[in-house]
Design a protein around this ligand. Structure first.
Ligand code: GTP
Ligand code: MG
Length: 304
């Protein structure tokens, strides 16, 4: 399957979820109050969030009125444009890394797909001819180090690890020094998604962030928060908490292949003003795509 095929397949559930309902709605050809109310329902159920949906539908209502739109195709085009306006600021990808080494810190609650995303990113940078080093900063979960080790082997990346239970900040400090000594281009830092409690995780991440800056002035160059698209609105709350521990530079939304509610991308872009840089559309090594707003919106509306 080609790359575009993968994106389409990955968004299949979202597309059929939103599209099936929108199709019925737009076939009515009557853009009255009932139409806008139903549109609100569809968008909220697609995970755009209440606030985003209300604003969006209000804007659409205004546009339909101002521009005297009566054709379904024109109203759909207007809706797409409004979505693109929201996503516009998030159309900013993460490549190629310019500093050497570039340090990328990857955060997120347990199970969202941090380690898998690091593996996919490593593969991507390797394809670009970069020398990659993975830092095993999740020392809390028993199998975490071995999991990263497997990705290092698969992608022919270097790995720096300490023992289970070691201080994550010390692991990452060593990793950055090793990257400099070995001439690596990119350091991808894995972190734990869960400690004994949430407060201690946030304290640990603050410390990791401080230590990275000490090991290499200007680093980390990117702080990516990984969010599981299937968790819906809760992703917004997670992002706020992590952003306080370490200022985020970008988001990665994973598991878009597993949800009919891909609208969370739009809610996140609008509320957080943090760019979505990549989307995960499967478990495979190739299933990470740069987020391109235009493609995403077309993907949502383009029925096969
Ligand atoms: N379908 C699908 N599954 C994914 C995607 N990304 C990750 N996964 C799966 O999600 C599960 C958890 O992924 P991990 O990478 O281990 O998540 P993590 O955030 O590192 O988890 P912890 O280390 O426990 O905090 C694995 O089974 C992955 O294969 C995606 O884009 N789509
Ligand atoms: Mg992990």
């Amino acid at each position: 399957m080609g790359l575009f095929g993968r994106i389409k397949a990955g968004l299949q559930k979202t597309r059929s979820g939103i599209m099936n309902r929108l199709e019925g709605l737009f076939s009515r050809k009557n853009f009255d109050d009932g139409f806008f109310e139903e549109l609100e329902e569809v968008l909220i159920s697609a995970d755009l969030g209440v606030e985003t949906t209300l604003d969006l539908v209000e804007d659409l209502r205004q546009k339909v009125k101002d521009e005297k739109l009566t054709e379904p195709d024109d109203v759909i085009a207007a809706l797409k444009q409004l979505l693109l306006d929201i996503l516009g600021e998030s159309e900013e990808s993460l490549e190629p890394p310019t500093e050497k080494p570039s340090v990328i810190l990857v955060l997120g609650v347990n199970g969202v797909g941090k380690t898998t995303t690091i593996g996919k990113l490593a593969a991507r940078y390797r394809r670009q001819g970069k020398k990659v080093l993975l830092a095993a900063g999740d020392t809390f979960r028993a199998a975490a180090i071995e999991q990263l080790e497997i990705w290092a082997e698969r992608t022919q990346s270097e790995l720096v690890k300490h023992q289970h239970g070691a201080d994550p900040a010390a692991v990452i400090f060593d990793a950055i020094n090793a990257a400099r000594a070995r001439g690596c281009d990119v350091v991808l830092c894995d972190t734990a998604g869960r400690l004994h409690n949430k407060a201690s995780l946030m304290e640990e991440l603050k410390k990791v962030h401080r230590v990275i800056a000490k090991a290499l002035p200007g680093a980390p160059h990117e702080v990516l928060l990984v969010l599981d698209a299937t968790t819906g609105q809760n992703a917004l709350a997670q992002a706020k908490v992590f952003n306080e521990a370490a200022p985020l530079t970008g988001l990665v939304l994973t598991k878009l292949d597993g949800t009919a509610k891909g609208g969370i991308v739009i809610a996140v872009a609008r509320s957080l003003k943090i760019p979505v840089k990549f989307i995960g559309v499967g478990e495979g090594i190739e299933d990470l795509q740069p987020f391109i707003a235009q493609e995403y919106v077309e993907g949502l509306f383009h029925a096969d």
